[in-house]
Design a protein. Structure first.
Length: 172
């Protein structure tokens, strides 16, 4: 049995390989495939020691992987926040355009107050704590849309987020 060596296949069932060389870099053949092992690996295999991963290396790998997954999770949370802010901004922009269309259709008639009430009811349904203010007289109006915890006095500039405001001056 000089030409057959036992090779533990690291967790799989043993395979018997035929030794075809006496070279220090042992050459084994099995089913037409050849494997060349370095002399260091063949040394470990002759004494039945498997040069695999240690527990410490596995724990360090899992630790690094957990930090990478935490980074991915943080990116997902940030993208969810940004997409929700963009959604509210889009709804507020549509409501601003809706108010401008309502004001243009009414013109200088007395139906402006009724259109503002209908528009504000839509704001309450579509935006979180949504409300709108229309100031001015025909033909110049200032239309403002607020959502979230943004107060009417805080809207001196465009603010977008989970709470924000939009303001636009229109001339009919």
């Amino acid at each position: 049995m000089d030409n057959i060596d036992f090779f533990p296949n690291l967790g799989q069932r043993p395979i018997f390989l035929k030794k075809i060389s006496r070279n220090p870099h042992l050459l084994y053949a099995n089913s037409g495939f050849s494997f060349i092992f370095s002399s260091t690996l063949s040394f470990w295999l002759r004494f039945g020691i498997s040069p695999g991963f240690t527990l410490l290396e596995s724990v360090i790998s899992l630790f690094i992987l957990s930090f990478l997954l935490l980074g991915v999770d943080a990116m997902l949370v940030a993208s969810l926040y940004k997409s929700e802010s963009a959604y509210y901004f889009q709804i507020a922009t549509q409501q601003l355009n809706n108010a401008m269309g309502r004001l243009q259709s009414v013109g200088d008639s007395a139906g402006v107050e009724e259109q503002i009430i209908i528009w504000n009811n839509e704001n309450k349904k579509l935006l979180p704590y949504g409300r709108g203010v229309i100031t001015g007289v025909f033909p110049v109006y200032t239309v403002s849309v607020y959502w979230g915890d943004k107060s009417i006095q805080d809207c001196s500039a465009l603010v977008v987020g989970l709470s924000g405001c939009l303001r636009h001056v229109i001339k009919i």
